[in-house]
Design a binder for this molecule. Structure first.
Ligand code: SF4
Length: 362
């Protein structure tokens, strides 16, 4: 067995994490939910979301049969909403194409929506004990440092090399050579010891053969993503208010915030009063400009200019995919994090409600 695998398997019993909620069983469904939630999100943030999700959807058929709205509402605040839409779509595929049984190999798991090779491998390892290599962001960092691999791991030739190293390092032997312990140890080492900013090499079982440590290049490896300034965009959100209720629209399923509820969006420079008349046949009083809000997506920065508008008629027209809700009621729905912040800042100061984490989007 390689030095790397042997050291990690020996290190884990005393130093790894053993009491995470998803480690308590081998149910592929529960493991899948945890692996998707943990993408780009810290364990402490994920735990309450994971518990609520499994209480509401304890099995794959319950998720498949749920309205997407309910799934997005439970996901609200976790960010990267395409993950929730893919979970829902994948659950339906499992029910329709696999008779409700979670597929039992990495190759089949990887064919489901929203599941990449490393996530499929992690599920195959933890649920079925299969000998598969993982390579998430933390693990890329460990291998890049341990093998002294320069360059940005997102680059395809570096990524290919890292996959080769990951496969070659897999433990061999009876029952995949403790593949579950090895895989969990890699994850735990990346999260707690070989961290991005303050790696604790003095506590690391890989230190004796780690090239980055030997060559004092730990902080140079892996290379950071080549930086390009993020483009900036601007938009207007219309907070149409009628009898203390706000108009929310369901966003189309593709594009940002797909399937979430959101105040209507309008491009900059449009005449608001005319727009409201044409769009919904309603008259509004002149807008009151609320403080602008900045939000960062993975690929661009967005400045939101919220406009508060009082609707004048007694009965604003109903429209499909539109609802009028009090701000506190809106917080119960799947809404984007900046809209949540907007509602809290402007309508609910002093009230407590479910608190989201910061939001990131693909
Ligand atoms: S010795 Fe340091 S850099 Fe090398 S794997 Fe361990 S923690 Fe990471």
């Amino acid at each position: 067995m390689s030095f790397l695998a042997e050291s990690l398997i020996r290190w884990h019993p005393l130093n790894g994490r053993h009491d995470l909620p998803w480690q308590q069983n081998r149910d592929p469904y529960a493991i899948w939910i945890s692996e998707i939630m943990l993408q780009q999100t810290q364990v402490s943030t994920v735990i309450p979301y994971y518990q609520r999700f499994l209480q509401t959807f304890p099995a794959v058929d319950r998720l498949a049969n749920a309205p997407l709205d309910d799934v997005l509402a439970l996901w609200s605040g976790l960010g990267y909403y395409s993950r929730a839409r893919n979970l829902h779509a994948a659950a339906q595929r499992i029910v329709q194409e696999h008779q409700g049984q979670f597929p039992g190999s990495r190759e089949l798991i990887q064919q489901l929506p929203g599941i990449g090779r490393s996530t499929a491998a992690a599920i195959a390892v933890f649920a079925f004990g299969q000998r598969e290599a993982i390579l998430d962001g933390n693990v890329k960092r460990i291998f890049a440092r341990f093998f002294g691999i320069e360059g940005y791991p997102g680059q395809s030739k570096i990524q290919k090399l890292l996959w080769q190293k990951a496969e070659a390092a897999l433990p061999a032997g009876h029952r995949g050579g403790h593949i579950e312990i090895y895989t969990q140890a890699l994850m735990d080492l990346g999260a707690t010891v070989c961290t991005r900013s303050k790696p604790q090499c003095g506590l690391c079982p890989l230190q004796p053969q780690c090239l980055a440590w030997q060559q004092q290049r730990v902080m140079q490896i892996p290379a950071a993503k080549p930086r390009q300034p993020l483009p900036r965009k601007e938009t207007v959100l219309l907070l149409l208010q009628h009898h203390q209720r706000l108009l929310l629209e369901k966003r189309p399923s593709d594009g940002i915030w797909g399937g979430l509820w959101c105040p209507p969006e309008m491009t900059m420079g449009t005449n608001i009063v005319n727009y409201c008349q044409q769009q919904w046949g309603i008259s509004v009083q002149p807008p009151v400009e609320l403080p602008a809000l900045d939000h960062q997506f993975t690929h661009y920065k967005l400045r939101i200019y919220p406009q508060l508008l009082q609707v004048t008629p007694n009965n604003p027209a109903a429209h499909p995919d539109c609802i009028w809700l009090k701000p506190a009621e809106a917080l119960e729905l799947g809404i984007p994090a900046p809209v949540r912040a907007l509602l809290k800042q402007n309508f609910l100061t002093g009230q407590s409600s479910f608190s989201p984490c910061s939001e990131y989007h693909g």
